[in-house]
Design a protein around this ligand. Sequence first.
Ligand code: AMP
Length: 194
Amino acid sequence: MRLVLLGAPGSGKGTQAARLKAALGVPHVSTGDMLRAAVAAGTAMGLKAKAVMDAGQLVSDDILLGMLEDRLAQEDARAGFILDGYPRNLAQADALDHLLARIGQPLDAVVKLKVPSEVIVGRCEIRFKAEGRADDNPDTVRKRLDIYAEQTAPVADFYARRGKLQVVDGVGELDEITARVKRALHAESATAGN
Ligand code: AMP
């Protein structure tokens, strides 16, 4: 299964991907987690990315594509992946299409977790207090939501035009949301005749 999870910051992509990876038997590939690991390791790329991330902006497309390409070349991604945090703009969606075509691994499904902005702001405040992520402070969250609306929302339309997008209600109990995503994936594979 090759799946892209879309949704605003705080929509629950990471939480749901972590729950789905065992069920689907594929790794959770989070570009945010990979960047945070690079920052923690103090690599040159991490140092460059840190200021951009702390400001709630997007790290450059070139860096992300190189990082993703390396990750998808690893053994465990051969059976598929759950992509969380990528693509975040139309250029990345296009680059992903080309990359996956080149490695012969086209996407099976794209699921968007739909969560109202006021719920997102509340969730990020809780995460800010619990985890202390600099980019979860309320001002930066507002900035990230603006960037999401401007740059990432069109990515959902990009997949919708191709008949690939499933929209799932991302509000409620975690188990129920996981069940909704699984139902959407079953519906998708039934339609695709798999
Ligand atoms: P996330 O954990 O997915 O919310 O990502 C945290 C931060 O990492 C984002 O606010 C961006 O600064 C950066 N980031 C993660 N994924 C991407 C991406 N696909 N393109 C650009 N920047 C990204």
